[in-house]
Design a protein. Structure first.
Length: 326
């Protein structure tokens, strides 16, 4: 029954938000953000706990201010997600820009695959749609959701944006497919800043230990692909004639190069830590756009680490949808 209610709520929301005038739609989600933040549910409290690591020494009032902005960013993502399939290519291109993309374009032009490690920041769906239009077609992995109809809806949503979406089936087939795509010059972004499985790579981030997905580094090594950490954030569009109030910025950090010596596990560890360092810098610069409403630091969830499944989330990472603010 609960799954049917969830499906009904998402389906109704999808229809309603796409039918509303733009200003009204974003106003609704702004009100939802304010209500959710004031309610101080589990998701908001966890966000603030995470932000305490990002902003050490910040006053409680500062943490509250950033978490409030964070909930507005989070709800903006959802309003965008519902409306993105109706955006024209011109709008997608006009409301997104890239920083540091020169080396990425050079790798693609040389026929080399590119794998990207993303944090749960900004609007990665908008970034993926822009990348498909402006750089190369995106191949990514979709987290399997329940009920199945909801999963199919999210799968179709990303396909409508021009992406190739592989189902995360918990097996090794997805990893193999991603390797094949990368070996033929593929463009593969994967969310990587949280991995609750035992295969997650321990990293130091914000002075604490977290587990990140091994997938981006593993894929780069196996496929001889270029690995770039990527931070995504929102920005206000103040120029005259801008088609929206907010746009997306994709920041490509410098390439993470594999160590020249060492075992594969050692290389994966070093490369994943390098990704963590870059993503931490992006999060610290724009903490309000980090949509991490779940436990990410080992100290917060050590009893919840689940066993590794072959080829599972630890092998690939993948674009989880944001969890409930709850």
């Amino acid at each position: 029954m609960r799954e049917r209610l969830v499906l009904w709520a998402y389906s109704a929301g999808w229809r309603l938000v796409r039918s509303l005038p733009e200003r009204s739609a974003y106003l609704v989600f702004s009100v939802l953000a304010e209500f959710t933040w004031m309610r101080q549910g589990a998701g908001v409290r966890q966000l603030e706990k995470n932000l305490e690591r990002v902003l050490p020494g910040a006053s409680p009032m500062k943490i509250k201010t950033v978490s409030r902005k964070g909930m507005h960013s989070y709800m903006r993502y959802w309003c965008d997600a519902f409306r993105l399939p109706d955006w024209s290519s011109d709008r997608i291109l006009a409301t997104c820009r890239a920083e540091g993309d020169g080396p990425v374009r050079e790798a693609l032009a040389a026929g080399r695959g590119v794998v990207m490690a993303l944090s749960h920041s900004g609007n990665w769906d908008h970034a993926g749609a822009w990348s498909t239009l402006a750089m190369a077609r995106v191949t990514t992995v979709a987290e399997r959701l329940r009920p199945e109809e909801l999963y199919e809806r999210f799968l179709e949503f990303r396909k409508e944006l021009g992406m190739e979406v592989l189902p995360h089936d918990g097996g090794g087939e997805v990893f193999g497919t991603l390797v094949r795509r990368l070996r033929t010059g593929g463009f593969v972004p994967l969310l990587a800043d949280r991995d609750l499985t035992a295969s997650g790579v321990p990293v130091q981030i914000f002075g604490d230990t977290a587990r990140m997905a091994a997938g981006p580094a593993s894929l780069a090594l196996v496929a001889d692909a270029a690995l770039f950490p990527v931070s995504i954030r929102y920005e206000r569009l103040k120029r005259a004639g801008a088609p929206a109030r907010w746009g997306t910025v994709i920041h490509f950090h410098p390439e993470v190069v594999a160590p020249s010596t060492g075992q594969r596990a050692t290389k994966v560890q070093a490369m994943t830590q390098a990704c963590a360092d870059a993503l931490a810098a992006g999060i610290a610069a724009h903490p309000e756009d980090w949509h991490m409403l779940q436990r990410v630091f080992v100290a917060d969830y050590v009893s919840d680490i689940v066993p590794e499944t072959p080829g599972g989330a630890g092998a690939t990472g993948g674009p989880e949808r944001p969890r409930r603010a709850g």
